[in-house]
Design a protein around this ligand. Sequence first.
Ligand code: ZN
Length: 235
Amino acid sequence: MEESKAIVLFSGGQDSTTCLAWALERFEYVETIGFDYGQRHRIELDIRPEVLTAIRQSFPSWDKKLGEDRVIDVTVLGQISDTALTRDVEIAMLQNGLPNTFVPGRNLLFMIFAAAVAYRRGARHIVTGVCETDYSGYPDCRDDTMKAMQLALNLGMDHRFVVHTPLMWIDKAETWRMADVLGGKVLVNLILDKTHTCYNGNRTEQHVWGWGCGNCPSCELRANGYRQFSCELAA
Ligand code: ZN
């Protein structure tokens, strides 16, 4: 049974919603985990249950496999970090070439908590939407980081977890395409209407590519990817 159980790191954004669909297609039983890290915009946390409800309602075969959702309190991360995601400051590039939206240790910490929950819940698989392809060079999203993390978790917990990163080598247009393959127009529309990825927490403007300010790096990626995806559909 452990072989067919997965824990998905689920933030309520486009990427993790696509990863959740990917896991629901692949495994017999899937639970979700989210994190309250003191993020400046609570909209992400508010949106999660709505996305899950929409998935349950739109895909009865996935509903049967979708188990418990939990939100883990890691607000201590917000207390010790000074970044554009946890403080009210402008998004900017730092001298070291990283954007100030980088929260040091965030994904590493998330993986440790996800593995601790997977251990307790008897799940072998951990699924995360990290991606090396068109991101801002976050070092904790790299393939090597995740491979090292899998090794550290397996050694440190004396267990055999498998970390899955279905989006690692694909760009945003391909992420939309993956959603289309997994759940067709219904899933693509659900992601457009329900998910949230904007760094500025803007949920008042709806564009063809979804909700968001339209100007932050995350909105730009999402909009460009969707444009490319919809052009291919039209061609
Ligand atoms: Zn935005």
